[in-house]
Write a protein that binds this ligand. Sequence first.
Ligand code: HEM
Length: 138
Amino acid sequence: MKIRNLLLSCSLILLVFQLRADEDTPLERQMQIMARSIKQLSQQVGDSSKQQESILLIETLKKAAYESEGLSPRKTASIPQSDREKFLADYKSQIEKLSSAFNEIEEAVKAENYDQAKSLLAAIGPIKKEGHSKFKQD
Ligand code: HEM
């Protein structure tokens, strides 16, 4: 009976750890917001009839980038203590690059320069790629 109880407790503890490991981090939640908004924006950024809606999407992107800047990637825990400060500073500066790109897209959309907005949007891909290769856990 004691062994059965012990086994049951162990399985429960394992289950709790599993559930915690599967939980989204606050940063993942901000990234998901960005992924959804970018997808929608890329479908309509050239459409002048959706200018206001596009501006709202860009505001959402800017807010998610701002929130992300205050968070730390999961990978931080695996970086040696002595390198952590630099890792986080580099992460922030990559997020700032993203925020500047969002600001430029917003200016272009507000000025009705939709072609320019489209090409600025295309420049987000490499910023994201670099951010993920350096700061996302494998
Ligand atoms: C618009 C550009 C971007 C999009 C659409 C995007 C999208 C995503 C998505 C969909 C995920 C996975 C979320 C999940 O697992 O549910 C993710 C994770 C992640 N992204 Fe981005 N991303 C972008 C830019 C960036 C940039 C510039 C950086 C770094 C400065 C970055 C750092 C990360 C990190 C570190 C994770 C893992 C989350 C964690 O460690 O908690 N992302 N991103």
